[in-house]
Design a protein around this ligand. Structure first.
Ligand code: PGA
Length: 257
């Protein structure tokens, strides 16, 4: 973390978990333990159908509610899709884009991720753009090139003044839901690389201010060490964000002065 230059964000990614009533139960429990989080922003990204329930349950707290996906299209005949304008109108601020599960199961490739990021930014949403390599790619030694390409493609056409709304999340595929976390050094190395790419595209001032998260089996045990790294500005947390005590412990790790 480097709070002097950029925001720290602890974001939950609930994926396809919890019903509306389970969402309320989670909120009621988390609210009893939440610290006075001054030093980090707290966000929970939930399935579309639970956004309203989550907003209601977390009303008057510092927990913001985000979405997990958005359509690349503005509006029209796209059955089942949800547009950026719809999310914005609901009062949603952040939206996850290009999560590896979207990339894997719904073919959200780099070009679609770019279109979604543009649609989000255009509508005034804050995209959390996910990038990451597979184990095979890491072992082939192409992580850096791959991340460069993912970041450059995702950001194509996003003007510098909108970059203060953009968050990047580095999520190595081999660490997601596997219990296998990247070491703090491995994660920081890639986050630093992402910042370097942004510096080349937008200059030092923008690069310094972009929040870059780490995601992939972040939990209450490893959060402190990961967050101590200079280029890890928070976490995108799946499994551990579903359990109030665990999520709260991660918030606490990010909330230390
Ligand atoms: P995980 O998921 O924390 O369960 O590994 C992270 C993510 O996929 O965003």
């Amino acid at each position: 973390m480097n709070r002097r230059y950029r925001k720290t964000i602890i974001a939950g990614n609930w994926k396809m978990n919890k019903t509306a009533s389970e969402t309320k139960a989670f909120a009621d429990e988390l609210k009893t333990m939440l610290p006075k989080a001054k030093w980090c922003d707290i966000l929970v990204c939930v399935p579309f159908v639970n956004i309203a329930a989550a907003q209601k349950a977390f009303k008057d707290t510092r927990v913001a509610i985000g979405a997990e996906n958005v359509s690349q299209f503005e509006k029209g005949a796209y059955t089942g899709e949800v547009s950026a304008a719809m999310l914005k109108d609901l009062g949603v601020k952040y939206v996850i884009i290009g999560h590896s599960e979207r990339r894997q199961y719904w073919n959200d490739d780099d070009l679609i991720v770019n279109k979604k990021a543009l649609a989000a930014v255009e509508a005034g949403l804050y995209p959390i753009i996910c990038v990451g390599e597979s184990l095979e790619q890491r072992e082939l030694g192409v992580t850096k090139e791959l991340i460069d390409l993912q970041v450059k493609t995702a950001l194509a056409g996003i003007p510098a003044e909108k970059m203060r709304h953009v968050v990047i999340a580095y999520e190595p595929l081999w660490a997601i839901g596997t219990g296998k976390t990247a070491t703090a050094e491995q994660a920081n190395e890639v986050n630093e690389e992402i910042r370097t790419v942004i510096r080349k595209l937008y200059g030092a001032r923008v690069a310094r201010s972009v929040t870059i998260l780490y995601g992939g089996s972040m939990n209450e045990k490893n959060a402190e060490e990961l967050l101590a790294q200079p280029d890890i500005d928070g976490g995108l947390i799946g499994g551990a964000s579903l359990v109030p005590e665990k999520f709260n412990a991660i918030i606490n790790a990010a909330n230390q002065e």
